[in-house]
Structures are given as structure tokens and as C-alpha cells.
Ligand binder design. Structure first.
Ligand SMILES: [Zn+2]
Length: 201
């Protein structure tokens, strides 16, 4: 599902796009076991505020499922990019990773992108964050000109787990990022969450 950013007076609203490649029906899809090992781009891992938002985005889902879903293994220190092929549609992903591509290959209004890449006996996922987006950290209270990085992470980790967009604006999987970074007022689809975190794929 794709969506676009737009401007309402001084209020800039961004959105994200997701490629759910596993939906194409080829190979494996879904996570078999938890927690899922995941690496983080060194530039994000080494920034304390970014790291805090990342952990909040992960714990958003872990609190709701009551189990540890993500196992951060550390910074991605590979000399090369963590995938092969085109970043917008990689041939393979070497490790599950949160990655900030040096240049953003998608429309500028998209703040995040998650790619799930199935293979014969499993899948790999890559969360990409737009390096050109003006992000704010934490609660982002009254910060109407920037986008919450914390909420962007939470949303993209929803895709990472296998969730798709919903029409309810109060749901974290709503396609457009709304102002503010508060997570505890956002809803989730418990049934869908249960289905993607049961490990029964
Ligand atoms: Zn999305």
C-alpha cells in the first residue's frame, strides 16, 4: 500500500510505503521463532536518542505480545551494504537489519520502508529509514514540523513482524504518520498481531 505526504498549513504529514514481498506467495513467509536477531546501522546504533526511539519501537510490540520479539545483536559493521541487488527490491538480505541508506531510493515523502524477503526456509527483513527526513525524538510534543522517529520505528517494526496497513487512524499501522511521538494511545489489531507472532508459520 502506498501513500503520500501532504501539507496542511504548517502541519506536514508524512507517510511510508511497504514492500511486502512475501505476499507474492513465493518461498517462505512469516517468522518461525522469536526473538528475531536484528542488526542496526552503526550511525543509528551510536546515537543515544535514536537508539532510545528504536528500543521504544520494539518494546511497543513486545509489551503487547508479552514476549521478547527482537534480539538486537549490535551495529551493522559490514564494509558493504547489507543486501545484494537494488535497495528498492533486493535480491537477498544478508542479516535482518535497520538500515539508513546513503541515498533514499523512494519518493521523498516516505519516511520509512520495510522489505520482507522470503527464501526457501525462512525470511529476512530490512527496515529502511529515510536519511533526509526531519525527525524528532521521544514524545515530539508540539513538534508539528518534524516526524516522530519513535513512531516511525514502531510502525516499521509492525511491518517487520508481518502486519499491513489498516484504515483506522488510531492504529499504529495507519499508513500516514501523524504528529507526536506518544505510543501508549495507539491501538493495534490484536488478532493480526497474534497471527504474526505465534511462530506458527
Ligand atoms: Zn507502513
Amino acid at each position: 500500500m502506498m501513500c503520500q505526504g501532504w501539507r496542511l498549513g504548517s502541519l506536514v504529514v508524512y507517510s511510508c510505503l511497504t514492500l511486502l514481498l512475501s505476499a507474492c506467495g513465493k518461498g517462505h513467509s512469516g517468522w518461525d521463532s522469536f526473538p528475531i536477531p536484528i542488526y542496526v546501522d552503526a550511525s543509528m546504533m551510536n546515537n543515544a536518542a535514536t537508539r532510545a526511539d528504536l528500543e521504544d519501537g520494539m518494546s511497543f510490540w513486545e509489551q503487547r505480545t508479552g514476549k521478547k520479539l527482537f534480539d538486537v545483536r549490535g551495529a551493522w559493521n559490514g564494509a558493504n551494504q547489507p543486501f545484494s541487488g537494488d535497495v528498492s527490491n533486493p535480491d537477498s538480505i544478508f542479516e535482518n537489519i535497520v538500515y539508513m541508506p546513503p541515498s533514499w531510493p523512494f519518493a521523498p515523502g516516505y519516511v520509512g520502508m520495510t522489505v520482507l524477503k522470503p527464501f526457501d526456509s525462512g525470511q529476512m527483513a530490512m527496515v529502511m529509514i529515510n536519511p533526509n527526513t526531519a525527525f524528532c525524538n521521544g514524545d515530539c510534543a508540539f513538534d508539528y514540523n518534524r516526524t516522530s522517529l519513535r513512531k516511525t520505528f514502531a510502525h516499521e517494526f509492525g511491518h517487520f513482524l508481518g502486519l499491513q496497513h489498516v484504515a483506522d487512524p488510531s492504529n499504529i499501522m495507519y499508513a500516514t504518520s501523524r504528529p507526536g511521538g506518544t505510543l501508549n494511545t495507539l491501538n493495534v489489531d490484536d488478532h493480526a498481531l497474534q497471527s504474526v507472532t505465534s511462530g506458527a508459520h
